[in-house]
Design a protein around this ligand. Structure first.
Ligand code: ASP
Ligand code: MG
Length: 438
């Protein structure tokens, strides 16, 4: 079976939903993972926030706006009054009445999670009803019946397999299964969700659990591009990537694929395809475990990076210095992305800065600390195995006019990263494209 995941913009309007159903119908069977309609999750987060702050009036106003939107989508989507009525009733009773029933007085964080989950519940119900109106044999599966996270917020893969496989067998006459991305239950059985953009992760987890043939991630661009099209003209889709390359790109800036999505598919050896709903005939990007030797694939950038440098001549040649420094970041639950070291100092980059003041305060006991903000990571991905000589020099040569704060290479054979100031990002991306792809 094939997994097809459609993101928020792919189901962003009634018209887009119709297009998506056409794409689904081209397969003999598939399991479809859906995001909420574009903008809905943001709106729900805002509504929950108003409740949490005791501002029920503003919450109600936003609920009203969202309601009007969904009623229009429903009018436009279906061709029969019967299906319109059925969907309206569902959305009314299970979504909007529920939303309006929250009170400001006893509002809890759990309730906020419940509210955020409603976006995917709406989109999947609307879509399955449309499929059925079109005469397709489609069944809605409730993700909360099989998607669960443990107390460390890690997905419970065993539970997923044990519950989903029999569920699919129960509906052996169905051709299409529709389910929600992103939402799940937590270890206490309460409604929860994966990180923002987590529907890709759901699709990959499900694909691995049922040993799907392929996981298709349908989005609004024709695959992962070889550079950021917002900053560089003439970027090209990359037709093939190794999982490692895709993981680096997803993590270091390419917004197309959620970074966590790669892991389950890679472990299970299931190919992932990134495809474009607006241009379904485009080749897109195939991601699998096959490596193309001698090729540089793509460039990506990640913004809002902070670098922290600690220099300590006292620590020169002492053991345990790195550990002490890293432990401080760990204590404050702050992941380090890029690290470079010399005999007297360490530079590290982070993108989570809520604990920065505490970290700096503690680091100062060991040395002189320098912080640079508004930095970005530029990463180049491809065959950078050490025997494949020349690429590293060609890459650094492209950046000859750009002030570079850190360079990291050797942690992976697929990636070289540069820390530069955000204001130099566009120039760096352009220079790299010119050097590597022209
Ligand atoms: N609807 C969720 C979000 O906006 C999940 C997703 O789209 O993947 O983050
Ligand atoms: Mg997404």
């Amino acid at each position: 079976m094939k997994i097809q995941k459609f993101g928020g913009t792919s189901v962003g309007s009634a018209q887009r939903m119709k297009e998506v159903v056409k794409l689904i119908g081209k397969n003999e069977s598939s399991l479809v993972v859906l995001s909420a309609m574009a903008g809905t999750t943001n709106a729900l987060i805002e509504i929950a926030d108003y409740f949490a702050r005791g501002n029920r009036e503003s919450a109600a106003a936003m609920i009203g706006k969202l309601y009007t939107k969904y009623m229009c989508h429903i009018d436009e989507l279906y061709s029969t009054e019967k299906m319109r009525e059925k969907t309206r009733t569902f959305i009314n009773d299970n979504i909007f009445k529920v939303l309006l029933s929250y009170k400001k007085s006893n509002f809890t964080p759990e309730m906020a999670k419940e509210i955020v989950s409603l976006g995917e519940i709406m989109s999947t119900n609307m879509l399955v009803n449309y499929c059925n109106e079109q005469g397709m044999k489609a069944v809605l599966l409730n993700a909360l019946d099989f998607m669960r996270i443990d107390q460390y917020t890690e997905p419970d893969i065993h539970h997923l397999r044990e519950t989903l496989v029999p569920l699919l067998k129960q509906h052996s006459d169905a051709q299409y299964f529709i389910t929600q991305g992103f939402i799940c239950l937590n270890h206490e059985g309460k409604v929860d969700n994966l990180e923002r953009g987590g529907s890709d992760y759901t699709a990959s987890l499900i694909g691995a659990a049922i040993k799907a043939d392929v996981i298709e991630i349908w989005t609004d661009i024709d695959g992962m591009h070889n550079n950021d099209p917002r900053y560089v003209e003439g970027t090209q889709p990359v037709h093939h990537l190794h999982f490692e390359e895709a993981a680096e790109l997803a993590y270091f800036g390419a917004k197309i694929l959620h970074p966590t999505c790669v892991l389950p598919a890679k472990a299970a050896g299931i190919p992932v395809k990134v495809l474009n709903t607006m241009q379904p005939e485009a080749e897109g990007t195939l991601i699998d475990n096959i490596f193309d030797p001698g090729q540089i694939k793509a460039i990506a950038a990640k913004d809002n990076i902070t670098t922290v440098k600690i220099v300590s001549t006292r620590m020169l040649l002492q053991t345990g210095f790195l550990r002490k420094v890293f432990e401080i970041f760990e204590t404050y639950n702050t992941p380090i992305d890029v690290v470079t070291t010399s005999e007297v100092g360490i530079s590290m980059s982070i993108d989570k800065i809520d604990q920065l003041a505490n970290i700096v305060h503690e680091l100062k006991q060991y040395g002189t600390v320098v912080v640079d903000q508004d930095m970005c990571i530029i990463c180049v991905v491809g065959d950078l195995r050490s025997k494949n000589i020349g690429f590293e020099s060609s890459i650094t040569n492209a950046l000859r006019d750009i002030p570079i704060r850190m360079i990291s290479f050797g942690g992976s054979e697929h990636n070289i990263s540069f820390l530069i100031s955000q204001k130099d990002k566009k120039a760096a991306l352009k220079a790299l494209s010119k050097q590597l792809f022209n």
